[in-house]
Design a protein around this ligand. Structure first.
Ligand SMILES: [Ca+2]
Length: 112
């Protein structure tokens, strides 16, 4: 799993994660932020990573996301057995997601 910190001159440089890489979405990634409008702590996932639990700062706490890959957002109702999912398509984005599934997300996977 990769935890991305912001690069460049954006306000995203003020992040809570200490990690390499860029918060700017690379082609093929799904990136999510802890706050609305693509701000706050950020993290990007790539389908090649397979199933990944989202980092603690984003657990049940995704304020916005941008997808340049298809994937599946997962909320575990009973961990390991019962889950609620949202299909994500390449090109999907939500500037405000904390009032929706972003407030429940636990993990990302290549498919639902
Ligand atoms: Ca959850």
């Amino acid at each position: 799993m990769r935890i991305a910190a912001a690069a460049g001159a954006t306000a995203l440089a003020m992040l809570t994660f200490a990690a390499p890489a860029s918060a700017a979405a690379r082609a093929g990634d799904i990136c999510m932020w802890s706050q609305r409008d693509y701000k706050g702590a950020s993290w990007c996932w790539n389908p090649g990573n397979g199933y990944v639990d989202v980092p603690p700062a984003l657990h049940d706490n995704v304020g916005s996301f941008r997808a340049e890959a298809a994937g599946c957002f997962i909320n575990w109702i009973r961990p390991g057995s019962q889950k609620e999912t949202r299909v994500v398509r390449n090109g999907d984005y939500r500037r405000v997601y904390d009032n929706d599934f972003g407030g429940r997300i636990d993990a990302v996977a290549p498919r639902c």
